[in-house]
Ligand binder design. Structure first.
Ligand code: GDP
Ligand code: MG
Length: 598
């Protein structure tokens, strides 16, 4: 069978528009998975993906489809995550494809990630097949959504497939559209081996697995290969396809998508986007490679019990075998002891990693508020980057500070424009563009500091738009900002892990709010606790957590031993996420209180 019977495609969409469910239907239709093993969102294999109903890792599956033209086709489907933190996964998946299904919820219409993902696909010269999903919903309006796709994305959507993944409508039409409208891969089996590394991950049975898009040549177990960027040479252990579990095969040929293993121990040896070739007959046209993804959000994570420090290190080591996009570095805090500074691609990524650390490695962690990377030019000309507010030099040494900026897109119904613009302005947003995409919905384009977005922006956006605004962004360089470090002092001692970097104009009210919030979350103790917010030596705000009145416990719990016991147990459980600073106990919520500021 030649290339003409192969189709490599991705499914791209805004989150929740139905990518994974459409993938399920395609898998069922082509009977790629045994009926007994079939379950919803089958490609979301991690527990956390299934519970949250989101796709974190792109997944690949090979389908066989007998089309109406009488030919049998091999369809390689690469499911992609929709969330902005994982854009890089979408981008790599697209590099392995000739086309993509652009899935749009027919009731909701085009959203922020629909645009971001569609543009990415168009940039990579993929053919897009628009699919209007959820047409079973009474509020579905395929005509309106077709017009939105044409107006905003600028592709012909007149032949969009109407589908309901829920009710299995349009499944066959999607398969036919893939075969007819997505080109087959070019590439030549006779040429020297050229394959792109699309992804790699650690599998507990197979070790490091490499997802390959074959472009030219063939690959078999036993072949000697070279990774062109690192020059490393290996012998192939096995090759195969995904069904969706890896299944070994004899050969991978030009045009196909499949996996390879080669006794690689550490995922970090693998460069995503690198070219695999034959060291004796290397291809003359290696891929340019992908831009390395760099963490943009950082936080400190500390074991509640400092005896677990080494366990945390082991856990991070293991997790990064699975997710090479996290970075970690040992750090210590006067308040929190020994822990790690961990870098993430975004806030959702941070949440997921934290949850996996606690769940898969049974660790109790205290984490500090997320922060971005600030670039500081000192008066002596030295330029440093800090990912921890505690590392901020003394103001007298600083010439100027720059912060990362994003280009943000918000799509929303018109009735929320006022509220959302207000929110964007309060986050130091600058409007670039505003336009209507239909009578009732608009697109806002803003630049704003990433640091303002990591501080609880999503929840605020959701609440001011009642969940109707969608948001996407890309990094847009650095800009100077009038920024200062705000410190928190407990009984006159500065708590390094509570310091934040804020805009000078916001410092006063943020300091006051933060002191108030801390007062609410820090429990009463046997003595008064003075909370102060300060910039340098200047105190901005002060509150006090009053000591227990001596008879409080006696009054409330007098005599009732079971209730008292319960209270003690509760306190013990609550203790799990506490850190003692001096003689003050600080709960986890205190370190994240800054996220709740207005
Ligand atoms: P993804 O984030 O794009 O992968 O979206 P999912 O496939 O996880 O689907 C998001 C939600 O929409 C799930 O609750 C699905 O059950 C639901 N859904 C998917 N397709 C349809 C459809 O055709 N009709 C309706 N009514 N709901 C659907
Ligand atoms: Mg999904």
């Amino acid at each position: 069978m030649g290339n003409e019977n192969i189709r490599n495609f991705s499914i791209i969409a805004h989150i929740d528009h139905g990518k994974s469910t459409i993938a399920d239907r395609l898998i069922e239709f082509t009977a790629a998975v045994d009926k007994r093993q079939m379950r919803d969102q089958i490609l979301d294999s991690m527990d956390i993906e299934r519970e949250r109903g989101i796709t974190v890792k792109a997944q690949t599956i090979r389908l066989t489809y007998k089309a109406d033209d009488g030919n049998t086709y091999i369809l390689n489907l690469i499911d992609t995550p929709g969330h902005v933190d994982f854009t890089y996964e979408v981008s790599r998946s697209l590099a392995a494809c000739e086309g993509a299904l652009l899935v749009v919820d027919a009731a909701q219409g085009v959203e922020a990630q629909t645009i971001a993902n569609a543009y990415m696909a168009v940039d990579q010269e993929l053919d897009l097949v628009p699919v209007l999903n959820k047409i079973d919903l009474p509020s579905a309006d395929p005509e309106k959504v077709t017009a939105e796709i044409e107006d905003i994305i600028g592709i012909d959507a007149s032949e969009a497939v109407l589908a309901s993944a829920k009710e299995n409508i349009g499944t066959k039409e999607i398969l036919e559209a893939i075969v007819k409208r997505i080109p087959s891969p070019t590439g030549d089996v006779a040429k020297p081996l050229k394959a792109m590394i699309v992804d790699s991950w650690y599998d507990s049975y197979l070790g490091v697995v490499i997802l390959l898009r074959m472009v030219d040549g063939e690959l078999r177990a036993g072949d000697k290969i070279q990774f062109m960027a690192s020059k490393a040479e290996r012998t192939v252990d096995a090759v195969g396809y995904f069904n969706p579990k890896p299944a070994k095969s004899d050969v991978l040929k030009a045009g196909e998508v499949g996996f390879m293993t080669a006794s690689i121990k550490d995922i970090r040896e693998i460069d995503i986007g690198d070219t695999v070739t034959n060291p004796k007959k290397p291809t003359s046209t290696p891929f340019p490679g992908f831009k390395k993804v760099k963490p943009v959000v950082f936080c400190g994570m500390y074991p509640v019990d400092s005896a677990n420090y080494e366990d945390l290190r082991d856990a991070l080591e293991k997790l990064s075998l699975n997710d090479s996009s996290i970075t970690y570095e040992a750090e210590s805090s006067a308040a929190l002891g020994f822990g790690f500074r961990i870098g993430f691609l975004g806030l959702l990524h941070m949440e997921i990693i934290q949850e996996r650390l606690e769940r898969e490695f049974d660790l109790d962690l205290v984490s500090t508020a997320p922060t971005v990377v600030y670039r500081i030019t000192k008066r002596n000309g030295e330029v440093i980057e800090i990912d921890n507010p505690a590392g901020m030099p003394d103001p007298s040494e600083i010439d100027f500070i720059e912060e990362p900026v994003i280009a943000a897109t918000v799509i929303l119904p018109e009735e929320y424009i006022g509220g959302v613009i207000q929110l964007l302005i309060s986050r130091r947003g600058v409007q670039k563009n505003i336009k209507f995409i239909s009578k009732t919905r608009a697109i806002l384009e803003y630049t704003l500091p990433l640091g303002e977005v990591v501080m609880d922006f999503y929840d605020k956006l959701k609440s001011v738009s009642r969940g109707y605004a969608s948001f996407d962004y890309e990094m847009d360089g650095y800009a100077r900002g009038d920024l200062v470090k705000l410190d928190i002092l407990l009984n006159k001692d500065k708590v390094d892990a509570l310091s934040i970097i804020v805009h000078k104009d916001h410092a006063f009210y943020k300091g006051r709010d933060l002191a108030d919030k801390l007062k609410d979350v820090i429990h009463r103790q046997m003595f008064d606790i003075a909370i102060q917010a300060a910039i340098g030596n200047k105190i901005l705000a002060r509150t006090t957590v009053k000591a227990y009145r001596k008879n409080v416990t006696a009054k409330c719990y007098g005599g009732d031993i079971t209730r008292k016991k319960k209270l003690l147990e509760k306190q013990k459980a609550g203790k799990k996420r506490m850190k003692s600073v001096g003689n003050v106990e600080i709960p986890q919520e205190a370190f994240l209180a800054v996220l709740k500021l207005g």
